[in-house]
Design a binder for this molecule. Structure first.
Ligand SMILES: Cc1cc2nc3c(=O)[nH]c(=O)nc-3n(C[C@H](O)[C@H](O)[C@H](O)COP(=O)(O)OP(=O)(O)OC[C@H]3O[C@@H](n4cnc5c(N)ncnc54)[C@H](O)[C@@H]3O)c2cc1C
Length: 313
């Protein structure tokens, strides 16, 4: 398994379809005909949405090609029609510091990110910041630190696992998870009966768990997920911002454009700027009439930035 990443992996895992028969049904019922020159659903959808605003079909159609129609939409800032088309990107090999910045983009985005509470990070991977890449001394410092943090992460998860497996810890977790629920008059019971051991006070439960191996085993089995999650959620405190993460991001075209513009700018942080440039490249290729205005410029230090004539449509 690759341990250190220099660049994000981007998987285009979701894009538009536009059922031709439904579009035709609308045109037959309401709108005469519509001439356009693209089969690309992500490009057709905003065009149709924009045309519905003015019912510019048939004799009222005007522009006949998708690129000039969408170009006009962008030049007049009618960006809301771009919200009808979405792209889903699955990103891996990105750092937690990058995703902390990414998720600040609220409008038009949905996120699903790897959980450090549910997923064990014992074999975590890391992202080398662009400024550190290629400098042997700095890379060594970073990697030594990452290895050390993983060592402490392992120690913490082991020790917390032991702590949560004591009679006290087991009962506390079962109570917190509401597996051990209060019944009548201060007595507690498990969701399912534990033979001969129901309706006990908390103190009695602690003694039973301490004294009866079978009861302890039962508690351990029932609380295993919660105990692991509790250990990980505490231990992750020592993992650095460089820790690699995976995030599934769906954004509409207007939102992706705003992201590319802000994060592809020279003022953006280097890792997210590289990502913004890669996203721009991918989406330009995928839907040139929606993203073709982005220029990707190489800077003197070899890194890249984006530039466009259509700012914040
Ligand atoms: C170079 C750079 C440096 C940054 N530095 C910092 C920093 O030091 N500290 C920090 O906390 N953040 C920082 N940020 C993050 C920044 O403040 C934004 O949170 C982030 O860029 C998302 O931008 P946004 O709000 O425009 O995007 P989105 O949340 O996607 O919103 C898109 C657009 O929708 C509109 N919108 C969204 N929500 C609302 C709302 N509630 N009310 C009105 N209009 C709304 C706005 O027009 C907004 O531009 C930085 C960003 C950049 C690019």
């Amino acid at each position: 398994m690759q341990k250190y990443f220099n660049r994000a992996n981007i998987y285009l895992v979701g894009k538009q379809v536009m059922p031709a028969e439904e579009v035709q049904r609308f045109l037959d019922n309401e709108a005469d005909n519509w001439i356009t020159d693209t089969d690309n659903a992500a490009q057709r959808i905003p065009e149709l949405a924009g045309r519905v605003c003015y019912m510019s079909f048939g004799e009222k159609q005007g522009r006949k090609d998708n690129a000039s129609y969408l170009g006009h939409i962008m030049s007049v800032g009618h960006g809301s029609v771009l919200e009808h088309a979405v792209f889903s990107l699955l990103l891996t090999g990105v750092s937690r510091s990058l995703t902390h910045e990414l998720v600040r983009h609220r409008a038009g985005f949905a996120y699903s990110q790897l959980s450090q509470r549910y997923v064990d990070e014992t074999d975590a991977q890391f992202v080398v910041p662009p400024a550190v890449q290629g400098d042997a001394e700095l890379e060594k410092s970073l990697k030594d630190f990452c290895d050390a943090s993983l060592k402490v992460y392992g120690e913490l998860t082991d020790k917390l696992a032991e702590k949560f497996a004591t009679p006290e810890g087991l009962v506390d977790i079962a109570l917190r998870e509401e597996q051990l629920a209060e019944g009548e008059s201060g007595k507690f019971t498990f969701g399912e009966p534990v033979e001969g051991h129901d309706n006990l006070s908390i103190a009695d439960w602690r003694s039973r768990v301490a004294e009866d191996e079978n009861v302890a085993k039962y508690f351990k089995k029932k609380t295993i997920r919660a105990r692991r999650k509790s250990a990980r959620e505490a231990a992750r405190a020592v993992l650095p911002n460089a820790t690699e993460t995976k995030i599934f991001v769906t954004g509409n075209v207007r939102a992706w454009r705003h992201f590319i513009e802000l994060r592809g700018d020279i003022h953006a942080e280097a890792e997210i700027r590289a990502l913004a440039c890669d996203v721009a490249r991918l989406l330009k290729n995928e839907a040139p009439n929606l993203f073709g205005d982005y220029e990707i410029v190489t800077l003197p230090d070899g890194s890249e930035r984006t530039r466009t004539t259509h700012r914040k449509v």
